[in-house]
Design a binder for this molecule. Sequence first.
Ligand code: MN
Length: 765
Amino acid sequence: MPQSYNRKECRRGFPRARFSVVFARRRTSKRTGMNLRQQIATSVLSATKYRELMSMMRANRPNDDLDLVRKAYEFSVKHHEGQLRASGEPYVVHPLETALVLAEMKMDPVAVAAGLLHDSVEDTSVTTVDIRKEFGEQVAHIVEGVTKIGKIDFASQEERQAENLRKMVLAMVDDIRVVLIKLADRLHNMRTLEHLSPERQQKIARETLEIYAPIAHRLGMGKVRGELEDLSFRYTDPTGYEDVRQLVESRRKQGEQFLAHVQDVLRDKLKEAGISARVESRIKRFFSIHNKLVKQRITVDQVYDLFAMRVITQSVQDCYAVFGIIHNLWRPVPGRIKDFIAMPRPNFYQSLHTSVIAENGIPFEVQIRTEEMHKMAEEGIAAHWKYKDGPISAKDEQRLAWLRQVVEWQRDVPDPNEFLSSLKIDLYPEEVYTFTPKGKVIVLPRDATPIDFAFAVHTDVGNTCVGARVNGRMVPIRHKLHSGDIVEVISQAGHKPSRDWLSFAKSTRARQKIRHWLNVHQRERAIEIGRKLIDKEARKYRIALKDIREEDLQRVASNYGLGRPDDLLADIGYGKYSAKQVLGRVLPAGITPLEGEEPKQSVTSVIRRVFGGKSDAIIVKGHGDLMVYRARCCNPIRGEAIVGYVTRGKGVAVHATKCSNVVNLMYEPERRIDVEWAGGAGEAAAAYPVRLQMLCDDRFGMLKQITTVIGDAHANIRDMSTRAVSGEATVEVLLDISDLEHLELITAGLRKIPGLHEVQRMKKV
Ligand code: MN
């Protein structure tokens, strides 16, 4: 029992045990089925662990207020009461051990308290709301993060995604303490893995080796990483583990004596040379020995660094001096000398490495570095960054720059507590990691939307995407995805991509697919228009398009340097050639159009029908007689900033200035023309159809409130539809709107309705 333990603390630590003795006499607990002796044993065990935790906290962080930790312990005891681990121990031992690992890392009370509570949301009736109420925002946020990671089933992933999963875990947390708690949790689970079934052992050990040990590695937590690897190795490859263990054990005794001897020899020489330095030695970890044996196809005798010595000096000059002394003492192994002081690794690791052979023929590795370099290598989160993981890419360099910044902050911030809370993980700022409902990871660029996700799944899914459920909630297709989101695409057969999507689709793949679809379908439309224009023109000659021979069209197409008649029709549709011009070349010479008898339908009306265009109260500056129509892609309404584009033979298309088509290369800049709304605002009593989409809670009275807002604004509802999915609803209304001000009045009113999350204007009506 620790000496620091006082009477007051005792009462705090034991309330449950005391009452149990009083009330539980002579009967077993209804809840746990434990008899009195078991109940007392449980209380004593957890209380002992708790005292161990408190004394470690007091030793490592003497100035901290530990009240939060005490409260978290009591909360955890209460809510895990009656739960047992597979080992038969009371469950609360697990959060306590997790907290102990965190205390050992010198973590702050917030992290340790969150460690004590980390399983309470997952495994008990407690909710994050309760945690927030009892322990505040920080603790709740961290517990939430740990719970979120805990829900990922890594085992269902394909192996090649391991790197993505590691990145994802790091990307989806915004507080490094979440990761540290997860690692501490995993460490204790690995330490007690023997109690689980062989299947569970395999699954958890593999996950640890593939996900958690590399994360610890990345954060420079060499000690945690080493332990996780050795513990996993034992289960993932029992034969390999046993081989290495036997090899090492058979050499351990001799090895330790040998290391003690060479250390003494070196210490004497250093003293002679007047160099003050620390000398340490160790036997390498099983898993790293195993990897070396497998990778280099060598036997254990050939591993030069089975035994390793480390010399930590006061200055860089001393490093080189020690280097010389060692090479005078023992014969260096050729090709094993590395100067990472002059040439630091890309991860800023600095050290001199050499391997030498002692007089008895045993090889060993020596690392020489200054105290400061040592600290960086052992503790800095940059320390083991990508170490031995292959070449560093340009992207990694950027991340390293960030890490270097972090390490600098760490030096500047004397209070590690403050440092930790200021440290937001942003190791992969350019990517988000999302999931399909089946658990496949989809990596997308930052700010990606459900459209990007849908195209990543399949082109057809992308083309027909109408929305998505993210973590079970309906979202619009513009919604920005976050790491860890589970995305379920809602698609609708027959739905088509819109040019508008290009304004928010972020991934190259989605953008390419949308462009491709638009190109193909725009062309189809152009062919259709071309065909109609030719047909109209042909009627002047009392013939129809079908009377024109295919080979004549083909001939003219070839004359224009085009491959097929369809290409010719498309070019007519695009306005490149006029129908009259083309028809003149198709028809035999001598045929003349009918005089004075214009066909009923003019060319303009054809275009109006195809495009749904309708001239409006819009003035084209300097050109009074041009046909004008509101572009269907954005349907601008009075009051909106507008811009016109002269289309060949189709009049002037008027777009909203912010329409994505205006931005997206549809037109050449020289075709741009200034336009403005005719008359004063509100002069023309035009009614513009505007479609609004709302996302709201599916609750009683919602529709009534929506229609009231619209009715109060005197807007006519032309059409309305709703769709409800698990408590949420999408409502679409088609309204007659007189101008922008009118529209803004209505959307502002709608946004005030409680439970109505989003209102957006649909580009198409
Ligand atoms: Mn746990």
